[in-house]
Write a new protein. Structure first.
Length: 108
């Protein structure tokens, strides 16, 4: 299960509309790299792969590839704005260590 907060869902929808990508799907994945070993990667894509898992949260369908699903199980994705600007924030129970930017993590 993957959970988007209302503000994260609103920001995803805003990005889709502002970039004229209303017919695209939101894909969330993890990739090797970043300060702590893995980082979150998201994109808008047109194709759904055979190995994709589909999650529905706050009216947004999120595609996750099978390899990333292990690292994203029970993830909570939020969006917040502060003095440094806006950005997505992740609460991941599968992370043993999180970088100070919160975009990179080491799996448990």
């Amino acid at each position: 299960m993957l959970q988007l907060t209302p503000s994260a869902a609103q920001e995803i929808k805003r990005l889709q509309q502002s970039r004229h990508l209303t017919h695209h799907h939101f894909r969330l994945a993890v990739k090797s790299g970043g300060c702590a070993g893995w980082f979150y990667h998201f994109a808008f894509v047109t194709e759904i792969e055979d190995t994709d898992l589909e999650y529905e949260s706050q009216g947004v369908t999120v595609l996750v590839d099978g390899a990333s699903a292990v690292y994203l199980n029970n993830l909570k994705m939020d969006y917040a704005e502060d003095l440094m600007g806006g950005g997505f924030r992740f609460t991941n129970p599968n992370a043993a260590q999180v970088c100070s930017c919160s975009l990179s993590f080491a799996p448990s």
